[in-house]
Ligand binder design. Structure first.
Ligand SMILES: Cc1cc2nc3c(=O)[nH]c(=O)nc-3n(C[C@H](O)[C@H](O)[C@H](O)COP(=O)(O)OP(=O)(O)OC[C@H]3O[C@@H](n4cnc5c(N)ncnc54)[C@H](O)[C@@H]3O)c2cc1C
Length: 290
C-alpha cells in the first residue's frame, strides 16, 4: 500500500500528476491529512470511516461553562509543523497550557511546581529547586540520552537497544543518583506507569512531554481540527462504513464495508490502526514481515 504525506502549505499539484482514484481508510488525523494532501495534488479521494464521526482518537468532551476535556489527543507542541500548519490554515484559536507547572499531590503531600523551594519530599540536594523535566533531562544525559535524539525515528541504534533492553526508567534514574521520591514525582507527572515502564518505550514519551514545554490546545476542543478538515473534504467522506475486506489482487483495489457496499480505486491509503486492522480480510495476504 502506498503511504502518502504532504504538508498543507507546500507547493501543490506536481506537474504531470495523473489523477488517480484513491481510497483512504479511516478518518482520524492520519486519514484526513492523507486525503487532503491527495486532493490538493489533484487526485480523486474517498475516505471510508467506520464511525459516524471523524477524528478517531481526537475527541473533545464538552464540560460545563464552555470548557472541554480531551478524551484522547490532549495537546500538541510547537515542533509539530503539520498540525500547526493546519491549525493556522483553518484559523482555529489556540490555548497555551501550563503543563510545565503542575501541582503535585504525592504521598499525601502537595506542592506547586511553580514554588520549587517549598517541595516537601525527600529529594536529593541536586533535585531541589529544579523542575522535574530539568532533573529528568540531567539523568537521561548521564546515560547518553537527550530529548532530541530519542525522538528521531532512527533511535535507538543497536548498541543503545542492547544497553537499555529490560531497563526501567527508574533503573536509569537511580543509577544516575536520583532519589526514590524523585521517581514518585515523575510518576505523578508522566503517568503511573512511568518509573516502572520499559526505558526504551517510555523515554521518547517522556521526551515528548518534557523536552519542549510549548504545549497548545484548540479553544473549544481539539476535535475542531478534524471537523474543519472534514468540511474541506466534503462529500468525499463516507461515515458509518466499517471496512471488512481489502482486495488488491485485481487490476483495481476493492474495499468492502460491513453493509456489503464495495468501493474501488487505483490505490489505497490505509490508516486503520494495526490493532483493528487484523480483523480486516486482506488479499493478497500481508507479507510475513507485516
Ligand atoms: C489517551 C490518549 C492521549 C493522547 N494524547 C496525545 C497528545 O497529547 N498529543 C498527541 O499528539 N497525541 C496524543 N495521542 C495520540 C493521538 O491521539 C493519535 O496518535 C492520533 O489521533 C492517531 O491518529 P490516526 O489517524 O493514526 O488514528 P485514529 O485516530 O485511531 O484513526 C483511525 C480511524 O480509523 C477508523 N477505523 C478503525 N477501524 C476501521 C475500519 N475497519 N473501517 C473504517 N474505519 C476504521 C477509526 O474509527 C478512526 O477514525 C493520544 C492518544 C490517546 C489514546
Amino acid at each position: 500500500m502506498p503511504i502518502v504525506a504532504c504538508a498543507f502549505d507546500r507547493p501543490q499539484a506536481a506537474q504531470g500528476t495523473v489523477p488517480r482514484d484513491i481510497l483512504v481508510l479511516g478518518a482520524g488525523m492520519a486519514g484526513l491529512t492523507a486525503a487532503l494532501a491527495l486532493m490538493r495534488r489533484g487526485h480523486r479521494v474517498k475516505v471510508i470511516e467506520c464511525q459516524k464521526r471523524v477524528g478517531g482518537r481526537l475527541l473533545s468532551v464538552p464540560l460545563q461553562g464552555g470548557q472541554y476535556s480531551e478524551a484522547d489527543g490532549g495537546h500538541f507542541r510547537s515542533n509539530m509543523p503539520y498540525v500547526l500548519g493546519y491549525v493556522r490554515h483553518f484559523k482555529l484559536p489556540l490555548l497555551s497550557l501550563n503543563d510545565g507547572l503542575p501541582r503535585y499531590f504525592v504521598d499525601g503531600r502537595m506542592a506547586d511546581a511553580a514554588r520549587l523551594s517549598d517541595w516537601p519530599w525527600d529529594l536529593a540536594p541536586d533535585e531541589r529547586g529544579v523542575t522535574i523535566s530539568s532533573t529528568l533531562n540531567r539523568y537521561l544525559l548521564a546515560h547518553g540520552l537527550d530529548t532530541d535524539t530519542v525522538l528521531d525515528a532512527r533511535w535507538p541504534d543497536p548498541e543503545t537497544l542492547a544497553a537499555l533492553d529490560l531497563s526501567t526508567v527508574e533503573d536509569l534514574i537511580l543509577a544516575a543518583g536520583g532519589s526514590p521520591d524523585f521517581c514518585r514525582l515523575l510518576d505523578a507527572h508522566g503517568g503511573g506507569f512511568t518509573k516502572r515502564g520499559s526505558a526504551l518505550c517510555a523515554i521518547p514519551d517522556l521526551a515528548y512531554h518534557f523536552g519542549d514545554q510549548n504545549l497548545f490546545r484548540i479553544r473549544g476542543g481539539n476535535d475542531l481540527l478534524p471537523a474543519a478538515m472534514a468540511r474541506a473534504l466534503g462529500e468525499r467522506i463516507v461515515l458509518g462504513a466499517r471496512v471488512v475486506a481489502i482486495d488488491q489482487s485485481g487490476a483495481r483495489a476493492v474495499v468492502t464495508v460491513d453493509d456489503g457496499r464495495t468501493f474501488d480505486g487505483d490505490a489505497i491509503v490505509c490508516t486503520i490502526p494495526f490493532t483493528v486492522l487484523k480483523e480486516v480480510a486482506v488479499a493478497p495476504a500481508w507479507s510475513v514481515r507485516k
